[in-house]
Ligand binder design. Structure first.
Ligand code: GLU
Length: 549
């Protein structure tokens, strides 16, 4: 009995690896093109950190004329959740991040390097496991759970490194005959990698993001094929990223310590190793403590949160790019109107430690992103969001022509309105422009009732003309202030506060509150235009009545 025969006994039907090597040739891409991937497991909701990784991989590949693909790592079938794959595919689509290759639904895929779902690649992993077995670089292990437990306890008691290595690797030293015998007797087994490493030797690794790191060599005989015939993450990573011709493995830095093992696997399989870029997790400031964004504690950890809140896709992406490259902020300042796709993203400029998640900043970006949209875009996007999450807003927006005017107030000019940061704020921010909703606003008394009444009456009777241009309109408000004995300019008021009771700004506020129920709104001139004469007068009269109560 030799290794070859043992390998045949274990995987009689596996193909030669040359078959796969030819089937998945080197990619014909320009020099320097990055091939990268997003490789999630469908085991829970899509985490914002996952989206971040995917975005980084997309940026790196698209900027270099490379390829970005989506691979589903579903080899841990016990942990799989329902709709896991669909959620991943749809999350990428929602953020306009659909892959060039890979899974495009639960069952469909595009690209020539598939299948892109690991559970469908069983025979490929087995071919490569057989290849290692043939060379004596892997072996069947017959240890039972009881054996593993016994080893663990012994190691713990003796305070030595846990794991299956060296003298602890019980099955490593079985003869080929003994192995064959056990298999023929129907004993259960898994396949382990026979590590050539030594713990007392070091390897040097240069990570694209983390820079130079030293590690002890791997000496663990890790499992490569589990009892269910599927590979472990480590083995699938080596086989897949080789066959899919990945140039850069961009992944979470929780995998950094596995690099010695992964490099060893690549080496023993005779593959050229990819470059690794390990991304730091997004952190959260929790009462002064920095910790990872947590699936359990933080709603904003789930990608679905952003969709439900209606935070614009481009704001989320822009925010993530901000975290990814500290040069983004300056670029944005210099290029306020360029699409984010034009930013020159650099993988090696990623920060080594985890950035703090800042919702205030994200929402601020949301405001800017929305301020640059046309009224039509804001209308369409709010409506799309509302159809899923807010029927009242759908109802409010049903008169499209009027809504476009409302959303068009102070938009499309040099300093557009910046009051909406997410679609879930639209209703609150434009409600007062709709009569159905106006009734419910409590009238805020911001001056004495008598003055308010006088201002409103004077305005309707003497100063309001719906045909006035903006300058004339404002001059009239000043005149009205003068007539009331208020300062016509805020400056004047500040210079001589004792001479005046109030100033032109207070007159504006009285008008504004009467019209909208708010002290703060976009441009009042435009609001009056959109509401129209009849409505403006009605609202003022309603306020006057209110003052008479
Ligand atoms: N399935 C692994 C994970 O979700 C992928 C890691 C990788 O990108 O290689 O953590």
């Amino acid at each position: 009995m030799n290794y070859k025969e043992l390998a045949d006994l274990i995987f009689p039907d596996a193909k030669e690896i040359s078959y796969y090597e030819e089937k998945y040739p080197e990619r014909n891409l320009p020099e320097g093109a990055i091939v990268s991937r997003f490789a999630p497991s469908p085991t829970g909701f899509v985490h914002i950190g996952g989206l971040y990784q995917a975005l980084v991989a997309i940026e790196a590949s698209r900027k270099t004329g490379g390829v970005f693909f989506l691979r589903i790592e579903d080899t841990d079938q016990k942990r799989e959740i329902e709709n896991g794959v669909t959620d991943i595919v749809n999350s990428l689509k929602d953020f306009d991040m659909a892959p060039d290759e890979g899974m495009i639904s639960d069952t469909e895929e595009i690209g020539k390097y598939g299948p892109y779902k690991q559970s469908l690649r069983k025979e490929i992993y087995q071919a490569y496991a057989k290849y290692l077995l043939e060379q004596g670089k892997a072996y069947p292990c017959f240890c039972t759970p009881e054996d593993d437990e016994e080893r663990r306890v012994k190691q713990e008691n003796a305070k030595i490194r846990p794991g299956y290595y060296g003298v602890w690797a019980k099955c490593r030293n079985l003869t080929v005959e003994e192995m064959a015998e056990k298999i023929k007797n129907g004993e259960n087994y898994i396949i382990r990698f026979k590590s050539p490493g030594r713990e007392d030797r070091k390897i040097k690794h240069k990570d694209v993001i983390k820079g130079n790191v030293d590690f002890p060599e791997n000496d663990q005989d890790i499992v490569i094929i589990k009892a269910d015939g599927l590979p472990t993450y480590h083995f699938a990573h080596a086989v897949d990223d080789h066959l899919m011709r990945t140039t850069h493995v961009i992944r979470s830095d929780e995998w950094l310590s596995s690099v010695p093992l992964h490099l060893q696997l690549f080496h023993e399989l005779g593959f050229k190793a990819p470059k690794y870029a390990h991304i730091s997790p997004i952190m959260k400031n929790d009462n002064g403590n920095k910790r990872k964004l947590s699936k359990r504690k933080d709603p904003e950890a789930a990608v679905s949160y952003y969709k439900e809140e209606g935070i614009p896709v481009n704001a989320v992406k822009e925010y993530l790019l901000n975290i990814a490259n500290s040069t983004f902020e300056n670029w944005r300042r210099a290029n306020p109107d360029k699409p984010i796709e034009e930013f020159d993203f650099q993988l090696n400029k990623m920060s080594v430690s985890g950035a703090l998640f800042d919702m205030v900043k994200l929402l601020d970006i949301g405001k800017t992103v929305i301020s640059k949209m046309t009224a039509e875009e804001v209308y369409e996007k709010s409506l799309e969001w509302a159809q899923k999450y807010d029927k009242e807003l759908v109802d409010m927006l049903k008169d499209k022509e009027y809504s476009l005017k409302v959303l068009g107030i102070e938009r499309g000019n040099k300093k557009p309105r910046k009051d909406i940061s997410k679609w879930s704020e639209v209703k609150q921010n434009i409600k007062y422009m709709y009569d159905d909703n106006f009734e419910e606003y409590p009238y805020q008394v911001i001056s004495d009732k008598e003055s308010i009444e006088k201002i409103l009456n004077l305005y309707i009777e003497k100063y309001y003309d719906e045909n006035d241009d903006k300058q004339t309109w404002f001059d009239k408000i000043k005149e009205l202030a003068g007539e009331m004995g208020y300062a016509k300019e805020v400056k004047e008021f500040k210079a001589n506060p004792d001479m005046y009771k109030a100033h032109v700004g207070d007159v504006s506020t009285v008008l504004r509150v009467a019209l909208t129920g708010r002290t703060n709104t976009p441009d009042m001139y435009e609001i009056m235009k959109v509401l129209g004469k009849e409505n403006v007068i009605n609202r003022f009269q309603k306020a006057i009545k209110e003052m008479e109560k």
